[in-house]
Ligand binder design. Structure first.
Ligand SMILES: [Mg+2]
Length: 194
């Protein structure tokens, strides 16, 4: 029987969208008449294209989702989640500066889910290092060989630097499913495709 994480935690900047909300765009945001989300200057603001599908699939699998972001642009980040119609997926949002250990400790207190049963998606190695010390499984999403080098929607290489107990996988032919670690124990590193 496949085992699923009990909480999937997502970073925001360069994980859900290809920019830093406190630096690269200019809040407040609004939805224009054509449905696109724009910042104060009229700049088009977008998600990574796969994000709604990933969140919907996790929802379908019954895996609760939370946000953990260190951005100082708290209002803008929450506004984007609302404008992109993603709020309904997030059972908790921890959005404030500081070590992500704090974000995770609060998530643990609020949900009761052990760190070891959470999975964490983030593009910054320092966050992965901090949170992995709690025993949380993690997925490291590279934007570029040099972190956050490009804001291109299509430049991100998604791979995972640690073997978690589960692998969420999907392809055009397959629904997301999970492979227990025991089936892949010969490999220390493997890719996760969401
Ligand atoms: Mg990030």
């Amino acid at each position: 029987m496949a085992r699923l994480p009990k909480l999937a935690v997502f970073d925001l900047d360069y994980t859900l969208w290809p920019f830093w909300v406190d630096t690269h765009v200019d809040p407040p945001f609004y939805k224009s008449s054509d449905g696109t989300v724009r910042d104060r200057r009229g700049q088009n603001v977008r998600l990574y294209p796969e994000v709604p599908e990933v969140l919907e699939r996790l929802h379908g699998l019954g895996v609760p989702v939370a946000a953990a972001s260190r951005t100082s642009e708290i209002e803008g980040a929450n506004q984007l989640l609302e404008l992109f119609d993603l709020v309904r997926y997030f059972v908790h949002r921890e959005i404030y500066p500081g070590s992500k250990v704090t974000h995770f400790e609060r998530l643990q207190q609020k949900t009761g889910v052990p760190f070891s049963q959470m999975i964490f998606f983030d593009d910054e190695r320092r966050n992965i290092v901090d949170v992995s010390k709690l025993g949380t499984e993690w997925c490291y999403l590279h934007s570029r060989p040099k972190r956050n080098e490009s804001a291109s929607l299509n430049s991100r290489i998604r791979d995972v630097c640690k073997s978690p107990d589960w692998a969420l996988r999907s392809s055009p032919m397959n629904e997301p499913h999970l492979r227990p670690k025991t089936e892949r124990k010969s490999r220390k590193h493997f890719q996760v495709h969401l």
